[in-house]
Ligand binder design. Sequence first.
Ligand code: HEM
Length: 217
Amino acid sequence: MNFLKSSVGRKVLMAITGQLMVLFVVVHLLGNSTIFIGLINSYAEHLHSLGPFVWVFRLALLAMVLTHAYYGIQVTLENRAATPQKYAVNRQLKVSLAGSSMIWTGLTLACFIIYHLCHFTARLTSDVAGFAGQVPGDVYRMLVTSFSHGLTVFVYVAAMAALCLHLFHGIQSFFQTMGWNSECSLPLFSKLGKAVAVIVLLGYGSIPVAILAGILS
Ligand code: HEM
């Protein structure tokens, strides 16, 4: 418990939960990308056939999101309280846009995840009302129906831009927190983090955009 009271302990916990979520984001992207080869329905059926394991996985993911968000908010509030106002401007200049906006991109992602679960998992919004109760059902048709609306595509692409910005700083920060950054490895990890962030944006963003553009129909 003392570990969680120290700021290092909380940062390590945030780094580990963050990286596990990055792993989920990459796996989810690979699964969603099967839409381009016509296999997304088989992929969704395969996932749902895992039965109770789906719920074990969902609860583990929920625990990670809540832990990461709780400590993220706590650390941000503590840092703000400890930083005298008059130094705030100088401090901001030294931090990148991605680094200084972590709390805002993180909160945006929390809102997106709630919306996304209501949208494609619970199917509560009017555009996918016809797919409610058919689990998994025709996931391909559900995505095509939903992303034929410009506003929905905008919301998803904006959320993916927030995710990209969050990972731009977050992946590199993980290696720093774990102490795995030597002078020569830090630039490498920084480039790796940025590359993953851009791939995530282009990969996820390409799905709604391809549907809106009529490439997938
Ligand atoms: C264009 C972007 C995305 C698309 C098209 C998409 C698509 C989907 C679909 C179709 C499902 C429901 C699968 C089913 O019930 O069979 C789903 C579930 C989910 N997605 Fe996404 N997703 C996207 C981005 C994201 C991102 C960026 C995250 C996380 C940051 C995310 C997190 C989740 C979670 C947590 C679930 C629930 C999994 C479960 O049922 O346990 N998604 N997504």
